[in-house]
Design a protein around this ligand. Structure first.
Ligand SMILES: [Zn+2]
Length: 101
């Protein structure tokens, strides 16, 4: 009876949101994001060619392909991020950056 809560691994959700992401990449809004050339996560100027669209809340975690959830991301950050949510990334950073733990 709880099937509707299991959106995290819902293949219909993933397919729909990935298709929406594809459409979003064609918009003037996204092109403008790319032209800034700045990674949302590390803030480095890497140029439009090195940026990809990233979901702040991953689609696999129920994230949507809306402007508020899609950001330009460099390859390094994309590799580091994988399927973690922002909260998990902050926790990861706290642990890995603290020399005294
Ligand atoms: Zn980055």
């Amino acid at each position: 009876m709880c099937d509707y809560i299991e959106f995290k691994s819902d293949p219909v959700h993933s397919r729909r949101e990935r298709e929406k992401a594809r459409q979003l990449r064609k918009t003037a809004w996204w092109q403008a994001q790319l032209q800034k050339g700045v990674c949302h996560y590390c803030g480095r100027q890497v140029g439009a060619a090195n940026l990809t669209m990233d979901h702040v809340i991953p689609v696999a975690r129920g994230g949507r392909s809306i402007k508020g959830n899609c950001v330009p991301c460099c390859k390094e950050c994309n590799n580091q991020k994988r399927a973690l949510t922002p909260a998990e990334q902050i926790l990861n950073k706290l642990f890995t950056d603290s020399p005294n733990i």
